[in-house]
Structure formats: structure tokens, C-alpha cells
Design a protein around this ligand. Structure first.
Ligand code: TRP
Ligand code: SF4
Length: 419
């Protein structure tokens, strides 16, 4: 079982996708105008309902991207990946919601207020240094966002213990706060669709697959708390009401062809257009009309010495605030896919697909051309690991120096920050 709190051993992405109905990202990538390198390189490997986002992007309709960071330690390259994804989506036209998950960090990791603040600020400076623009964006601490907390309370009224137990493996002695944290995260994910933020819209949440339980729950809740539910049928959509039949009456004024039954109405025409018009009616009569959130899933970042990256082991990751020299040193100690001896490596080549150094190039530090060169020279035995690591160490050192300079000097006064 994979939960947001334990990811054990090697991750079988294929199995997880099959089991939970996550679609391969490859099936949709050709429709995306100018996909992000992480998408083209298969690092972003899965999605739910990303077609919704692609359509909104292309038609220049309103949509949003949202994700969150627990400020329980220094931001590292794993966080950079999510930040890069948010920044890219914002560039593609989405409104960006950036959550500093201080409530979660406080109760799950036991941090005090000062620590949460100082780490939180580093996350905010990081994503801004990585290119987040002040326009079309909201940065917030969970504890300062009333909409998120109100929504969490509201959503709890639709959630019961056995459901949480099924999703998260909770036990009778599990603390209530562990159950409330997913409610808050559902609030994070759905609140961009509240009236105060312009109403219902497609929202994409880029995350690692450990967060998928939260997304499954949130998608369920989005449906359950809204008045109308939709189901595709031949040539249209079947609409039901969760609040009894009377609510179906409101829909009969719509201009689409329809056939009304006792418990549902079948509408005929373009499904999306019909759903949009019905959601508008739902908002008018005081409902939420949430669209279930879309999501993308990226691969986990491997620890520098192999295995899991862990925030309690600083030698297992490169933090964005490591001293540039330290970062370079960590690269030199990283696990490679090289052979035991130089002779063997010259003869048989290395294995970039089992190499943490190559992973770093792929996720963060190489354009397409360089990446192909490294792969080719490595597999042909022309490039030895020592050289390869020294090259990367230089790149990492320059990156960290430059990044930290920018992070120190960013002007946050242009940004809308709820804190
Ligand atoms: N739980 C996430 C983590 O552990 C952080 C988070 C909080 C989040 N709210 C979110 C992620 C909303 C995605 C969307 O990293
Ligand atoms: Fe990895 Fe580079 Fe060694 Fe190839 S040459 S195994 S890419 S470190």
C-alpha cells in the first residue's frame, strides 16, 4: 500500500497505474502544444483527466494549476521538479495556486511556528526564483487561507471513517488530525474553483504518485458535494441530482434537446457545453459545481546513493540551498551506472538508465542535445563516470550559485501572498 506517509522500496509505476486507473501520459502528449521536457522525457508518466487541461489551454479558457509543499525542511531537487511544473503551467495560461502546507507540516512533522515560517519563505523564494510570475498567481500558507479551512470543514461532512481507512489505512487509534490533513488538502485542491476565485474551472495538480490517495479522495468529494452528477451517454450526457428530483426541474429551461426520466435527464449535444451550462445553474442555486481535479504524476527522485531520498538524510539529496561546493561534492559521491573497472566500461559502456547522475541530467540539468550526447557516449564507453560526474558537478555548482543569488534578491512585494 502506498500512502502519502510511507513509500517503501522500489516503486512499480506500471502496477500503480493499472491498479488506480491512472492513464499513461504518452497517450496525450502529442496534443500538448510545446510540452515540458519532463513530459517529453517520460518523467511525467501519468495523468488523470489531463485532456480537460489541454482543451482549456488550447481554447484559452480559464483554468488553474495548484500544488503544495510541506515546509518541514530545505527545498531540494524533488521540490524543484514540482515547482518547474507549476511555473510551466502558469506560462501556458493557468492561474497558479502555490500552497505552503504549514498545517500539515506542523501536525505531521511536529515543527514549530518559527521553523515553518523560515522554511516556508525559502519555498516561496525558490519558486519565484524558478520563474513564477506575480500575475495570475496566489501563494498562501494553509493556516492563513480561510477558504481552504472552511472548505475542509464542509468536505468533512461528506466523509466517513471507513472511507478514510480504505484510502489511507487508518486505524482506530489514528489521531484525528491525520484524518483532517487530507480534508485540508482537498480544500487546497478545490478552493481555486470557489466563487471568490472565479468559480468552477479545470484545475491540474502536478504531484508524485504518493499523493494520489489525496487526489482520489478529492475527486470523489468534488462529485459528492456538488448537486449535479454527470455520466457520458451516446450522443450526450446523463444528469442526476444528489439532492432529490426537484433539482432536476431547474435544468428543464436549458436549450438542449433532452429526455426527462423519473431520476435523471438525458441531454443531447456536446457533453462539455452541456456540463458547463448545468454547472452555471448549479452555482446560481448555491451549489459548488466542482469539476473533479485533473492531475499529473512524476517519478520520484532517487537518493544520491541509490534507494529512497529522505529529508532526514542530507547526503541523500541536493538541497537548493546547499553551498555550491557541497552540492558539487554530493554529485561526485553519487551512485552511477558505471562498470566495476575502467576497462570494462570502455568495452561495454555504462548503463545510464541505472545511473543517478544521468537521472540528474534528465530531470534538471541538460537540454535535449546534451542529454543524448551523454547517453550515447556513456553506452558506447567513450565517457567514463569520473569525467561525467565532474561535468555535472560544475553544472550543479553554477546552478546553485546562480539560483541562490536570485532567490536572495527576489522582490516578493509584487506577489499576492496570504500569510
Ligand atoms: N501533502 C503534500 C506533500 O506532502 C503537500 C500538499 C499540501 C499538497 N497541499 C497540497 C500537494 C495540495 C498537492 C496539492 O508534499
Ligand atoms: Fe552515469 Fe555518466 Fe557513468 Fe554513464 S558515464 S554511468 S551517465 S555517470
Amino acid at each position: 500500500m502506498i500512502t502519502p506517509w510511507d513509500v517503501e522500496g522500489a516503486v512499480d509505476y506500471e502496477r500503480l497505474m493499472r491498479e488506480f486507473g491512472i492513464r499513461p501520459f504518452s497517450e496525450i502528449i502529442d496534443e500538448i502544444p510545446n510540452p515540458h521536457p519532463l513530459m517529453r522525457r517520460g518523467v511525467v508518466f501519468g495523468h488523470r483527466d489531463y485532456d480537460r487541461i489541454v482543451r482549456a489551454m488550447k481554447r484559452r479558457e480559464e483554468w488553474a494549476v495548484m500544488s503544495g509543499f510541506m515546509p518541514s525542511g530545505l527545498p531540494h531537487l524533488g521540490h524543484k521538479m514540482t515547482m518547474d511544473e507549476i511555473v510551466w503551467h502558469q506560462k501556458m495560461g493557468g492561474k497558479a495556486f502555490v500552497c505552503v502546507a504549514d498545517i500539515e507540516a506542523r501536525f505531521v512533522r511536529g515543527l514549530n511556528r518559527d521553523k515553518l515560517r523560515s522554511f516556508g519563505e525559502l519555498y516561496i523564494r525558490s519558486i519565484v526564483a524558478l520563474g513564477l510570475r506575480p500575475k495570475n498567481c496566489l501563494i498562501y500558507y494553509q493556516s492563513a487561507n480561510r477558504h481552504v479551512k472552511d472548505l475542509a470543514i464542509e468536505l468533512s461532512s461528506e466523509t466517513n471513517f471507513s472511507e478514510l481507512r480504505a484510502v489511507y489505512g487508518f486505524k482506530p487509534e489514528t489521531s484525528l488530525i491525520k484524518m483532517f490533513v487530507p480534508m485540508i488538502q482537498a480544500g487546497d485542491i478545490l478552493h481555486p474553483q470557489l466563487k471568490d476565485f472565479g468559480g468552477f474551472k479545470p484545475v491540474v495538480v502536478p504531484v508524485g504518485i504518493d499523493q494520489d490517495p489525496h487526489l482520489r479522495l478529492t475527486r470523489d468529494l468534488a462529485n459528492r458535494i456538488s448537486i449535479y452528477s454527470f455520466e457520458g451517454i451516446e450522443g450526450g450526457v446523463r444528469v442526476r441530482s444528489r439532492r432529490g428530483r426537484e433539482y432536476l426541474e431547474h435544468l428543464k429551461t436549458l436549450e438542449f434537446d433532452f429526455k426527462a426520466y423519473e431520476e435523471h435527464i438525458d441531454f443531447f449535444g456536446d457533453r462539455e457545453t452541456i456540463e458547463r451550462e448545468i454547472r452555471k445553474i448549479e452555482v446560481e442555486i448555491g451549489g459548488y459545481a466542482f469539476i473533479p481535479p485533473s492531475s499529473t504524476y512524476h517519478k520520484f527522485t532517487t537518493g544520491l546513493r541509490g534507494g529512497k531520498m529522505s529529508s532526514s538524510k542530507p547526503e541523500s539529496y541536493i538541497s537548493l540551498f546547499d553551498k555550491p561546493d557541497e552540492g558539487a561534492k554530493k554529485v561526485m559521491k553519487a551512485l552511477t551506472g558505471g562498470r566495476v573497472t575502467v576497462e570494462e566500461q570502455r568495452r561495454f559502456g555504462g548503463d545510464p538508465d541505472k545511473c543517478v547522475v544521468f537521472e540528474l541530467y534528465t530531470y534538471h540539468f541538460a537540454d535535449d542535445k546534451t542529454l543524448e550526447e551523454v547517453r550515447r557516449d556513456c553506452t558506447e564507453g567513450k565517457l567514463l563516470c569520473g569525467r561525467c560526474k565532474r561535468n555535472l558537478a560544475e553544472i550543479v555548482k553554477d546552478f546553485l550559485r546562480d539560483f541562490q543569488e536570485r532567490a536572495d534578491s527576489v522582490d516578493l512585494s509584487d506577489y499576492e501572498i496570504l500569510e
